[in-house]
Design a protein around this ligand. Structure first.
Ligand code: BMA
Length: 339
């Protein structure tokens, strides 16, 4: 029984492996990583930065699949254990709100969140440049694309798994249309997932070097008795390019523009061959986390080197304790962030 409570469902079949002897930091890797290797299905060279959710006792994945023409699109997959996957051979067949076929020009970095029995996919799409795409499904058969929710340029849209004070709530990272050498996390509200407003600044790129260039939301926020536990990515710039690490913070449960605690150290950084070597070296990029409220276990899915999918594990107690013990939240982080 964990000290910190995950406010959510139990997931007895959560993928899990105990912390190895001598493990460093609050998060440890799955020993069989990467769980998705190159050329996972015909016409797809790499799957990475992907989202997974429990569904009817098993698991559904929405994958960033880089096709052999280099263009990323979203594919769906199924798994009984959350580790071994079979894939639909074709891209997700979206329809628009009028029911007509709709295929984004490209689609990447999906997140997948259930709110009130509907599953929402949020990804980075082309809307005169990089912007947030959004779609909903109830059965993973019909996917209705929601008309452009946000202006360009924006990435890393992550919905909270429930309404807060009556509104849907979304984290995002306004950006440019290129490789964005800047970026903070903001929060926005909507009564209907169509009209968004009440934008607030959540937190800035940090003064710590590992997250000094830009930050962006990762998995859906995890509701806990300490607040919303958020796993995000932080980026540093080096003479050899960007390095993406994983970080964690805790947001106020009723007002998530307020950061309660924010770890000033990364929770995972590229160290293994599949994180350091690949299409883009030195990237760990979290997009999903499964949780089990009964045990406090957390299983994180992350893209590795823009080439593979890896898994890592932690518990809510260990992660919350780490974030609190290494708290580096600034006064600005702790503020509501209106100006
Ligand atoms: C970001 C996104 C991610 C990618 C990362 C590293 O801007 O495009 O999809 O993993 O760069 O290349």
């Amino acid at each position: 029984m964990s000290k910190v409570k995950i406010i959510g469902s139990s997931l007895p079949n959560i993928p899990w492996q105990e912390r190895p002897e001598g493990g460093v930091g609050p998060v440890w890797r799955y020993s069989e990583n990467p769980i998705i290797k190159r050329n996972p299905l015909p016409g797809v060279a790499r799957i990475f930065n992907s989202a997974v959710i429990p569904y009817k006792g098993e698991f559904i994945g929405v994958f960033r699949a880089e096709q052999t023409n280099g263009v990323p699109h979203l594919y769906m997959g199924y798994s009984k254990d959350g580790v071994n996957w079979t894939y639909e051979p074709e891209k997700i067949p979206f329809v628009n709100e009028a029911g007509e076929p709709f295929m984004p020009r490209y689609a990447y970095d999906p997140r997948l969140i259930e709110i009130e029995g509907t599953y929402y996919i949020i990804w980075c799409t082309d809307f005169y440049g990089a912007a947030l795409g959004m779609a909903k499904t109830k059965d993973f058969k019909k996917f209705v694309r929601i008309d452009n929710p946000f202006l360009p340029f924006n990435r890393n849209g992550v919905l909270f798994p429930r309404r807060i004070n009556g509104n849907f709530v979304l984290l995002s990272r306004p950006s440019d249309s290129g490789h964005t050498p800047f970026g903070d996390i903001f929060v926005s509200e909507s009564p209907d997932l169509t009209y968004w407003g009440k934008h607030r600044h959540v937190m800035a790129r940090g003064s710590e070097w590992w997250q000094s260039l830009k930050i962006g939301g990762g998995s859906a926020p995890i509701e806990t008795s300490e607040g919303w536990l958020v796993i995000y990515h932080g980026v540093t710039g080096t003479c050899n390019g960007y390095v993406y690490s994983m970080g964690a913070c805790i947001l106020d449960i009723d007002n998530p523009s307020i950061v309660k605690y924010r770890a000033n150290r990364f929770i995972l950084t590229p160290e293994e061959w599949y994180e350091e070597r690949g299409f883009v070296a030195n990237v760990v990029f979290p997009c999903a986390a499964l949780t089990d409220a009964d045990t406090g276990r957390i299983a994180i899915y992350y893209g590795a080197a823009d080439s593979y999918v890896g898994m890592a594990f932690t518990t809510v107690d260990e992660l919350v304790e780490f974030v609190k013990a290494n708290d580096g939240a600034t006064d600005d982080d702790r503020s509501i962030g209106i100006i």
